[in-house]
Write a protein that binds this ligand. Structure first.
Ligand code: ADP
Ligand code: MG
Length: 472
């Protein structure tokens, strides 16, 4: 819920901000990325900047946002959040050229906003319209999913479910590391059903939205309505259900929704970064329900598949990339298809901006930039991911408390911090509740021992590892 009362309008001359930016970023950069931008609305809380397309928006967000913020602060004395909105009218001529890059950059994750709701709520199952599904990326269809040995099972299961919802594998539970195509498959099912069964009501929703929806219904005592809304759908595709870890009340409600759906023979498909039994603090009833249909795993694609994926994307963007060039990227980026796509976007953008051909030399440069830029993982990130996966709070991890519920995740945080960061034993111990290096050595040993003995635990730790570092 945004609070509009605290923000006031700010007067700001945008061209002057751009001039300031020119001094910092150079004329070329500003002319390439910011020339066509406009300031749509300005308050102390937020500046809304119109840009021609998503490619530009992403570029600015990822690389120029800090400079833009500084310039705004220098000009107005405020540090508002930046929001970019897309307005194709701003840049008609260059649109075609950039369209290719834009396609990949579309945000996949459903947000409450994308669903057209403001209160963390889900929409009422509306009369099915043939328009795009809310929160679903139109590119994430089965037709655009490249099949290889690592994802053949998951793809096949998703397709069967789409063809015969409620009949075969119900629920279908897909799990795997970050950026491997879980959301793509869920949205593929959603779009297939939407197209092939026009009368069916389909909802794709992230678990986060489900959780927020539930909490907001609780607050305003609207539980009956909340239940009714979800249960009106014929198929429910719920993404990132590992986020249920430790959320006891939401789990209860999830179970109700789930039972209601299955009694009615409606299809449920879920995605998660770890298998049901490895989601921490998930009620047994839910684990049992989740495994009662089919559980399939997505693995990272092999080299061949990575090459095919690159080829497929390049074709979709109308930018043929020579085989030996995409092979350089496929060799350099192994863990996640999302990163692989990012590498291709960057290769194509570089070639265009530098007016260079798509050569192996350029690909090698892109690959080496990527590996240099790969942000080293920090202690806070490790703690955050571990906390989410184990259903505890970061504060608990960093506390002196020594109940088993928190010591185990704390040990995992120690183990992962040692594996992924360059922090010393004492630094890690200090961060995790002011402990000494001996406690960290002990924690790491405990984890190593348990990893060898307990598959469930190993899967859970691996899923956190792949979130923190898809290349690991
Ligand atoms: P996850 O939900 O597992 O983190 P996504 O489904 O968001 O991953 O996939 C990340 C990106 O990679 C998306 O753009 C998706 O379209 C793409 N992708 C993943 N797997 C494939 C595949 N097998 N073929 C084509 N594109 C893929
Ligand atoms: Mg996803």
């Amino acid at each position: 819920m945004t609070d509009h009362n605290t923000s006031t309008t700010v007067t700001c001359d945008w061209p002057t901000v751009l001039q300031r930016l020119q001094k910092v970023l150079g004329e070329r950069s500003v002319s390439l990325w910011l020339r066509d931008s406009v300031l749509r609305a300005a308050t102390t809380e937020q500046f809304e900047i119109g840009v021609p397309n998503l490619f530009v928006a992403t570029w600015i967000e990822q690389r120029l946002a800090r400079a833009v913020s500084e310039a705004i602060a220098a000009e107005t004395g405020h540090r508002p959040a930046l929001k970019f909105t897309i307005d194709p009218e701003l840049f008609r001529e260059r649109r075609a050229e950039q369209q290719a890059a834009v396609v990949t950059e579309r945000k996949l994750e459903v947000t409450a906003e994308a669903l057209g709701i403001t209160d963390g709520d889900v929409p009422i199952a509306a009369a099915p319209a043939r328009t795009a599904l809310p929160g679903v990326n139109p590119e994430c269809r089965f037709e655009n999913f490249v099949i290889g040995p690592a994802n053949r099972m998951a793809h096949g299961a998703a397709l069967s479910v789409a063809e015969r919802p409620g009949a075969l594998y119900n629920p279908l539970f897909i799990y795997g590391g970050c950026g491997l195509g879980k959301t793509h498959l869920l949205q593929g099912v959603a779009q297939w059903l939407h197209r092939e069964r026009p009368s069916s009501r389909v909802l794709y929703v992230s678990c986060e939205t489900f959780i927020n929806s539930f909490l907001s219904a609780l607050r305003r005592k609207g539980m009956a309505e909340f239940r009714d809304r979800f249960r009106r759908f014929d198929a429910l595709l719920i993404d990132d259900v590992h986020l249920l870890a430790g959320k006891d009340h939401t789990q209860d409600e999830f179970l109700h929704t789930f039972n209601a759906m299955s009694v009615a023979g409606k299809q449920v498909v879920m995605a998660s970064d770890s298998p049901p039994n490895a989601i921490a603090r998930l009620r047994n009833e839910l684990v049992n329900r989740f495994v009662s249909g089919l559980v399939v795993r997505l693995d990272p694609p092999d080299f061949e598949t990575r090459c095919k994926i690159l080829e497929h994307k390049a074709r979709a963007w109308n930018t043929p990339v020579p085989k030996e060039v995409s092979a350089v990227l496929a060799r350099a980026v192994r863990g996640s298809v999302r990163e692989l796509e990012g590498a291709l976007v960057r290769l194509v953008a570089h070639a265009r901006l530098l007016k260079e051909p798509l050569s192996t030399a350029l690909a090698l440069r892109v690959a080496s930039d990527l590996s240099e830029e790969r942000q080293p993982v920090g202690l806070a990130e490790v703690a955050n991911e571990v906390a989410v996966a184990f259903g505890v709070s970061v504060a608990e991890l960093n506390s002196r408390r020594r109940t088993r519920r928190v010591t185990e995740p704390r040990h995992v945080a120690m183990y992962l911090a040692r594996r992924l960061t360059n922090h010393s034993l004492s630094e890690v111990g200090e961060f995790l509740g002011g402990r000494n290096h001996v406690s960290v050595i002990h924690g790491v040993k405990q984890v190593q021992k348990k990893l060898a003995e307990n598959d469930e635990f190993r899967l859970r730790v691996e899923s956190v590892l792949s979130r923190l570092d898809p290349q690991a």
